[in-house]
Ligand binder design. Structure first.
Ligand SMILES: Cc1ncc(COP(=O)(O)O)c(C=O)c1O
Length: 387
């Protein structure tokens, strides 16, 4: 490998959420932090070089995103996902969560029903609840062969809902939705005139042998009734640069969205996010292939360990993301007891499952975007307490 993902980087004392908020989040500053979804790997050298180069210019004034920026994203989506988008469909957004929250505000009214599919990334819940819209849960079904969508329930819920926020690929369950699943979902939403917000922030983190399908790429009608959010942030470890893209093929929807964002003055972004994203999209293919192979190695190693040493922990191997979603319910511990055992006895900082919805009670989400030595230390700590 050209890139060294084994390298251990000390992130403590950098105002880093994952390391420097351990006491606040886990009540223990010594947990091994494997939670918030960024990576313990170096942001790639070609991205850092672009940022440093820009930083040497002595003025950090207002900037705009030029054609080269949008062309870099267009090229990436065509190369990686066979999705042909036009630069004019794209609009800068200062983060995907901010983007889908603005879409909730721009396209629905207080009291409208919005469907999400828990267990799902906590801000999906919050973006709806905090804006006074009504959350409708189309909970995923945990089958023996993996998580699935309950389409019968969705077809009923879609009759009165206005919007569905899709997580494609899904965080935390790691599913890449298939063509058939996305078609069924899209047809239900189109029949009842729902706007689909497709959060595709994890789309580049698709593990070897699996495939991401952009929802809007499957059907012209889906494209005309959806907004897709993409970012280089998860893929290349740039979350601190707060830069992402809304892709809106429909002109009317696009005008409404852009108007909303501009009225909030949220359309500017920062110069470093621009150059970093552009470098990642233009030069990131080889680095990403190596990253995915390394992450798959971590997932294999951790899965083999669980099967051999912690057979009471149930899980499905992810198809995408660097996260694993672990079910500890067979231990029959109360939620709080399990949390204390994990954080105080095992000294492991995993995300608490119930933050992703009631379906996550007794689960943990583990972030495996870290050097293999961190995974090995986590396995030692788990075995000692849960083995
Ligand atoms: C599904 C999903 N959407 C959005 C985000 C965060 O995106 P941003 O930092 O661009 O708001 C995350 C981060 O974990 C995520 O998992």
């Amino acid at each position: 490998m050209k890139y060294d993902f084994d390298k251990v980087i000390n992130r403590a004392d950098t105002n880093c959420v994952k390391y420097d908020l351990r006491q606040q989040v886990f009540g223990n500053p010594d947990v091994l932090p494997m939670w918030v979804a960024d990576m313990d790997f170096e942001t790639p050298d070609f991205v850092r070089k672009a940022v440093i180069e820009r930083a040497t210019h002595p003025v950090y004034g207002y900037h705009f995103k030029d054609d080269a920026y949008y062309q870099s994203i267009k090229g990436w989506l065509a190369r990686r996902h066979h999705w042909e988008v036009e630069p004019e469909w794209m609009s800068f957004t200062p983060g995907v969560v901010c983007g889908f929250t603005m879409a909730v505000l721009a396209f629905t009214k207080p009291g409208d029903e919005i469907i999400i599919q828990p267990p799902v990334y906590p801000p999906f819940h919050n973006a709806v609840k905090s804006q006074g819209r009504n959350l409708v849960y189309n909970s995923l079904v945990n089958r023996s062969d993996g998580y699935a969508i309950d389409f019968d329930q969705l077809a009923e819920q879609a009759k009165t809902a206005k919007m569905l926020i899709l997580c494609n690929p899904h965080n935390p369950v790691g599913r890449c939705w298939t063509r058939e699943e996305l078609h069924l979902l899209g047809e239900i939403c189109m029949k009842h005139h729902l706007l689909v917000i497709s959060d595709e922030i994890h789309c580049d983190l698709v593990l070897p042998g699996c495939c991401h399908l952009p929802f809007a790429s499957l059907d012209e009608e889906f494209a005309q009734h959806s907004i897709t959010f993409h970012a280089a942030s998860k893929t290349f470890n740039l979350a601190g640069l707060a830069t992402s893209t809304a892709i809106i093929p429909n002109e009317g929807l696009r005008k409404t969205y852009i108007n909303y964002v501009s009225n909030l003055e949220a359309h500017l972004g920062n110069i470093f996010g621009k150059v970093a994203t552009q470098a990642a999209m233009n030069c990131g293919d080889e680095w990403l292939e190596q990253l995915l192979a390394y992450v798959q190695g971590n997932i294999n190693c951790f899965s083999d360990f669980l099967k051999a040493n912690l057979p009471m922990v149930a899980f499905h191997k992810p198809q995408a993301t660097y996260m694993m979603w672990l079910d500890f319910n067979a231990y029959n511990l109360r939620e709080e007891e399990l949390w204390l055992k994990m954080t105080q006895e095992a000294r492991l900082g995993f995300n608490r499952g119930k933050d992703f919805g009631a379906e996550g009670s007794g689960f943990f989400r583990v972030n495996l975007a870290c050097p293999r030595s961190t995974v090995e230390e986590a396995m030692r700590r788990l075995k000692r307490v849960f083995g």
